[in-house]
Design a protein around this ligand. Structure first.
Ligand SMILES: [Zn+2]
Length: 467
């Protein structure tokens, strides 16, 4: 039986792992690459024939885990995609958004190709998939709850458990047979959440595995304390209110935005903050919030208790949703407001217009609440670059940029180690993936010395025999 790391190997994006035991072939996740060289990487052929894959196990709906699914389907995959119900709904949202953005991008390239008389530009920039490809992808989903062992066929069984990362996120336990007839269990962590996160439950533990594939996004650091993070957020909001500057929060549409709304709701309901206008300027985040509202049975106890008391965690005085582009443009004249908009790493979306309009103003506060991949505008802001380029214009950064570490949807080094400790000494090998190269290698060393487990950091497209 072999495992091949076809993405998220020594990098954080493009998650895709192939397992082949001679009888069955399946992949866990089929995500898109983001950041440096992602354009080319997402266009490279898969290192396997999609038509020969029987199943896709989808851990969660983030773009870097589901973003290349429709390409697989276009290239002949006709098996089943296995996930939880919120993952299916959120994946549809993410993929439709991607198809739309790709189409818009393509139309701009068409104009450029005509202007420069360079038809090659058209071929190079064709969308990877369309909305109808996404619809075809959705038809292949098969939904399962957490906690049930499901036998898909002789010699292949799986169970999903809550990964506590975003709504519906799962880790996968898989039982299968090697070519020699040995029973083996492989566990894929998916992205592991931070215990104590709002709305969703804490990650489950798994007690046994022969092989573990574990993420390492924050394998080198400890998150700031959540309470300190909230106090910092509150103080930025209060100070901005006094100075009349705007607060811009680039936010991921799924989970982070809902978590922010949840915290803002608590600030306002508890009178820690008053008379603040908060604009959610992200149609996708608004839609994701609607999906969140559909699945209260996936919430943790605190969130459910809030609902039972009649407090909608995603609604409070001063909260506004901007739908149209015109509404979004109207925010330009406003001061002393909070704007939550995508994309989370400032690589596109409405946040770019707000950054362009506000970064030069020293009264502006930019609050970074998520991981920023190398090569993104978000990363440049975090690193304190004095001048950044937006829509071809050079913009001086006079705004204050705050990085609030405590909001992460990923566990930190301690959380990851704590989760791995749950296996005792049972794994023969822990494969460390989904982390920048240095971080993944550092975390693998940490796992070896602290947990006395064998650990490897696979290279892209590297293959291992699972005996
Ligand atoms: Zn994720």
């Amino acid at each position: 039986m072999k495992i091949k790391f076809c993405g998220a190997a020594r990098t954080v994006t493009g998650s895709c792992y192939l397992i082949d035991n001679g009888e069955t072939k399946f992949v866990v996740d089929c995500g898109a690459f983001q950041g440096i060289d992602s354009y080319e990487k997402n266009r490279e052929p898969f290192p396997f024939d999609p038509s020969t894959i029987d199943y896709i196990f989808l851990t969660h709906a983030h773009y870097d885990h589901c973003g290349r699914l429709p390409i697989l389907i276009k290239q002949g995959f006709h098996g089943r995609i296995i996930s939880t119900q919120p993952t299916r709904d959120l994946t549809k949202l993410v993929l439709l958004d991607s198809a739309k953005l790709q189409q818009e991008d393509f139309e701009r390239w068409e104009v450029r190709a005509k202007e420069s008389d360079n038809p090659e530009l058209i071929e190079r920039n064709r969308p990877l998939y369309s909305e109808s490809d996404v619809e075809a992808t959705m038809d292949l989903f098969e939904i399962y709850p957490y906690g049930n062992s499901v036998k898909l066929k002789e010699g292949l069984e799986f169970r999903m458990r809550d990964a506590g990362h975003i709504l519906g996120s799962a880790m996968f336990e898989l039982w299968l047979k090697t070519e020699a007839g040995r029973d083996r269990k492989i566990v894929f962590s998916g992205d592991l959440g931070q215990p104590g996160a709002r709305i969703i439950r804490d990650p489950d533990f798994v007690r046994e595995a022969d092989y573990v594939v574990c993420e390492s996004t924050y394998g080198n650091r400890l998150h700031k304390n959540k309470d300190e993070t909230l106090l910092e957020l509150l103080s930025v909001l209060k100070q901005a209110k006094e100075s009349g500057g705007n607060v811009l929060i680039p936010s991921f549409a799924i989970e982070r935005t809902q978590e922010l709304l949840y915290e803002l709701n608590l600030f306002i309901e508890n009178k820690l903050l008053e008379n603040v206008d908060v604009y959610l300027d992200s149609p996708m985040a608004s839609k994701a919030t609607e999906i969140f509202k559909m699945y209260p049975n996936f919430y943790d106890e605190d969130a459910r208790r809030l609902l039972e008391k009649g407090d909608d965690p995603f609604q409070f005085p001063g909260f506004h949703i901007t739908e149209s582009v015109e509404d979004s443009k109207r925010l330009i004249d406003k001061h002393g407001i909070v704007i939550i908009a995508g994309s989370g790493m400032c690589t596109g979306g409405r946040i770019l217009h707000h950054l362009k309009n506000n970064l030069e103003n020293p009264k502006t506060n930019v609050v970074i609440v998520g991981y920023q991949v190398e090569g993104t505008l978000g990363r440049r802001l975090v690193e304190g670059e004095p001048v950044v380029e937006i829509f071809g214009d050079k913009i001086e950064v006079n705004a204050h940029v705050h990085t609030l570490g405590g909001f992460s949807a990923h566990g930190d080094q301690r959380d990851l180690r704590y989760w791995l400790r749950g296996f005792g000494r049972s794994p023969k090998m822990v494969f460390i993936t989904h982390g920048d190269k240095e971080i993944a290698i550092g975390f693998a060393n940490n796992v070896k010395t602290e947990l006395d487990l064998s650990a490897k950091v696979p290279e892209m497209n590297e293959e291992f025999e699972l005996k």
